[in-house]
Design a protein around this ligand. Structure first.
Ligand code: 6PG
Length: 240
């Protein structure tokens, strides 16, 4: 089994656990290329880092990228970059602006997907000839989506490009997302999942991955490195 599962009594303990993981990875490599996700779970991590890790994380040696972004301007409340800026970058002055590589949600989506694919090719190391993040953070949607690959567009997981344009199944809002080949080529993939509403999907994906790999994009996360970490609170892990 490739899943390395850590279950925490509280979300704060999960933040501490993931922070230790990041710090350990920092001791192994000089500069860390990290892909962030959107949603509410990373927001809690960013608040924890802003409040408790000003000095205890080496911010100079992290390059920040995103696994997905909504096609809105950075000041829009839906922007993943905007959320990260509000909860992290605006709170930690030692994070160099030049190490933040956002997806430009305000640009024409197809152009930006192509542009950001190029940014990843240019700035990231390669494994098996494909770009490779050191740490790739993923959330898990209630519907089994991850990054911004949704169940009704699951075939986009196999796209050739590093980044593609997708649309949210309900709102139809366009998004830019990395694809399965980028996700599964990361040195470390870390799902950050909290809440009882995710427990069923967590169980299905961890315990019945093959059965759900054509249903939930998150069930296709299966990194070559075999470093698939789950940082779960007890509610999200309650059906394991
Ligand atoms: C996004 C995210 C998305 C998110 C999941 C889980 O841009 O919305 O990348 O994939 O990670 O929807 O979100 P929560 O952490 O809020 O449950």
């Amino acid at each position: 089994m490739i899943d390395k599962i850590s279950v925490y009594e509280s979300v704060e303990d999960l933040c501490k656990g993931f922070t230790s993981f990041l710090q350990q990875e920092q001791t192994k490599a000089g500069e860390i290329n990290i892909s962030l996700s959107g949603g509410s779970t990373p927001k809690v991590i960013f608040d924890y880092w802003a409040n408790s890790c000003q000095e205890s994380i080496n911010w100079q040696n992290i390059r920040f990228f995103w696994g997905d972004e909504r096609c809105v301007p950075p000041q829009d409340e839906m922007s993943n970059y905007g959320m990260t800026k509000e909860h992290l970058f605006s709170k930690i002055s030692t994070i160099p602006q030049k190490k933040i590589f956002r997806i430009h949600g305000e640009n024409e989506p197809m152009d930006e997907a192509l542009f950001y694919s190029g940014v990843l090719n240019k700035l990231l190391g390669k494994q098996n000839g494909e770009v490779s993040f050191d740490i790739l953070i993923l959330g898990l949607g209630d519907d089994g989506h991850t990054a911004s690959i949704f169940p009704d567009q699951i075939d986009l997981w196999n796209a050739d490009a590093n980044c593609i344009v997708v649309h949210h199944p309900d709102t139809k809002m366009k998004r830019i997302s990395i694809t399965g080949k980028v996700i599964n080529n990361a040195r470390n993939v870390a799902f950050l999942v909290t809440g009882k509403n995710k427990a069923d999907k967590v169980r299905q994906i961890i315990r019945q991955r093959k059965q759900f790999s054509d249903v939930y994009p998150a069930a296709r996360v299966n990194p070559e490195s075999r470093n698939l970490y789950w940082f779960l609170d007890k509610d999200a892990a309650s059906l394991l």
